[in-house]
Design a protein. Structure first.
Length: 220
């Protein structure tokens, strides 16, 4: 069974002082993960970005696994990041929309382990946000993702915008108009075409002025 998981952190909405406090980040970053920051490749990465990078990966992994294990409880210290590769070129570009399909996209990549599950992540960091997606194979075949800036940070606006964002992409690749998103009793989003449940694993998130989605689909 395939799943999907993603997360986004708006950097202008974080509290840097709280983020860099050991009392805060040690709740979900274990010492072995904290040690990654001592590696030379992280020299140009602000520590608060490193903290939220790890958070976004763990949140994404939890969402992925929650669909497979409905009774799973979020315990970020048990989602273990094994390695992180930093891209040679750090992206600072700002745009209104980012979507999958750009073969030259640069990501932070690595693995995250939960029990017997091994997942792979791709994370994008710009001056405005940190966004992550996860998958059970490193190639991310048939995994679509998108990130969009919005004008209003109210929960209702974020929720509406992210759903329409993902539905527009699904309509494009499926050539179907009558789509809607609902959530299971466990909180996992699912996609319907009229009354038919589609075999498409979707995930979406929002924070501050950004919304993002990821989904797995073999249809095109």
């Amino acid at each position: 069974m395939k799943s999907a998981g993603n997360d986004i952190v708006a950097l202008n909405a974080i509290d840097i002082q709280r983020t860099t406090s050991t009392a805060f980040y040690s709740k979900f970053i274990i010492p072995e993960e904290r040690a990654f920051y001592q590696q030379p490749q992280f020299g140009a990465v602000p520590f608060q970005n490193f903290v939220w990078l790890l958070w976004s990966v763990k949140e994404s992994a939890y969402k992925y696994l929650k669909r497979l294990q409905p009774d799973l409880v979020f315990s970020p210290s048990k989602l273990i990041i094994r390695n992180i590769t930093v891209p040679h070129i750090q992206s600072t570009a700002e745009a209104a929309v980012w979507e999958s399909g750009n073969k030259n996209e640069e990501f932070h990549t690595g693995e995250v382990i939960s029990g017997t599950h091994r997942l792979y992540f791709r994370s994008k960091i710009t001056g405005g946000f940190i966004a992550s997606i996860v998958n059970d194979t490193p190639g991310f075949e048939n995994v679509y993702w998108g990130i969009k800036s919005i004008q209003n940070t109210s929960y209702e606006h974020q929720s509406t915008e992210v759903r329409e964002f993902i539905l527009n992409k699904l309509r494009q690749i499926l050539s179907v108009d009558n789509l809607r998103i609902e959530k299971t009793s466990e909180g996992c989003p699912v996609v319907f075409n009229a009354e038919n449940l589609l075999d498409i694993a979707v995930s979406f998130t929002h924070h501050g002025y950004f919304v993002a989605y990821s989904f797995y689909s073999v249809s095109s």
